[in-house]
Structure formats: C-alpha cells, structure tokens
Design a protein around this ligand. Structure first.
Ligand code: HEM
Length: 149
C-alpha cells in the first residue's frame, strides 16, 4: 500500500487541493446566502428560492468536497516519508482543519433553521461568520506550504 501511495503521491496531492478548493468555495458562499436569507421574509418567494440554493450547495458540493478533502488528505498523511516526527506544522494544521469542519457542521444547523423558518440570527451575524473560514484557510495554507515549524 505504501508503494502505491508513493507512486501516486502527486496525483493524490492534486486531488487533495482540488477538493479543498471546492470545500472552501462552499464555506465562503453559504454564509453569503445566509446574509441575504436573514433579510428575506419567511414564506416569501426569495426565502423559498434561497432554501433550495442552500440545500443544494451543502449536499451536492460542500459535503462531498469535505469528505474528499479528508480522504485525500488522509492518504497524503499515510504516504511514507510525507510526515516526519518533527512535522509540528501538521499538528497545527490538523487542529485548524477540525475548526473548519466544526464551522461546516454549524452552517448545516443554520441551514436547517432557515429551512424550517426558525432562524433568529441577523444579516450582521452572518457577515462576521463569512470572514472566519477565510482567516482559517489562510493559516492552513501557510502551514501546509511554508511549514514554519
Ligand atoms: C483532514 C483534512 C486534511 C488532511 C488529512 C490533510 C493532509 C495533508 C498532508 C499530509 C499534506 C502534505 C502533502 C505532502 O507533503 O506531499 C497536505 C498538503 C496540503 N494541504 Fe492538506 N490536509 C487536510 C485539509 C486541508 C485543508 C482544509 C486545506 C486548505 C484549506 C489544505 C491545504 C493543503 C495544501 C495547500 C497542501 C500542499 C502543500 C504543499 O505541498 O506545498 N489541506 N495536506
């Protein structure tokens, strides 16, 4: 198995980065839809349309992309020679990846609240939420590429 991972290492890394891009696109776009949805009256045509967009974005793009990011990332971590005893960047990176996964789950809960017309949060709250994945993503990419420690 180790030999297979080594020989396909760069393909797996490419698939890892592709799935990361798809996951990040959803993590950055869904809170933007929540900003508009928070100002749409419950039951209105706009609110019903946003429900469809949010459901499709989460289920058809974000969920599969997160699973693929973890699968290809896990394959990279399991590739002989990729992570060594001193790869402390990896510990910090994985902690931040767990933070991103928690944010993903929270977005799932907010989406359900909108779907059931029981959202109580305002547009300002979701504008702030929108910034968090960006900051976390920047830190993860710096850790993964620069490996400062
Ligand atoms: C559970 C999730 C994840 C795992 C297990 C994981 C694992 C890894 C591992 C082991 C590498 C090193 C590959 C190598 O040296 O060849 C890597 C590279 C990389 N990861 Fe992840 N990762 C995960 C999530 C993410 C996320 C969420 C991002 C971005 C937001 C990300 C961005 C990157 C980048 C840009 C590289 C390439 C770095 C380079 O080779 O220069 N990863 N990942």
């Amino acid at each position: 198995m180790g030999d297979l991972l080594v020989s396909f290492h760069l393909w797996i890394k490419a698939l890892h980065i592709i799935s990361v891009i798809a996951w990040m696109a959803g993590l950055l776009y869904l809170p933007r839809l929540f900003v508009y949805h928070a100002d749409a009256p419950a039951g209105s045509e706009r609110s019903e349309m946003l429900k469809v967009m949010e459901r499709r974005l989460l289920r058809a793009i974000m969920n599969p992309a997160m699973i693929a990011t973890f699968l290809f990332g896990g394959a990279l971590a399991a590739t002989p020679g990729v992570l060594t005893a001193g790869s402390y960047w990896w510990h910090a990176k994985f902690t931040l990846v767990v933070v991103l996964a928690v944010i993903h789950m929270m977005m799932g809960a907010w989406r359900k609240a909108f779907e059931q017309d029981r959202n109580t949060r305002d547009a300002k709250f979701f504008r702030i939420v929108n910034e968090v994945p960006t900051v976390v993503m920047i830190a993860i990419v710096v850790l993964a590429v620069v490996r400062p420690f």
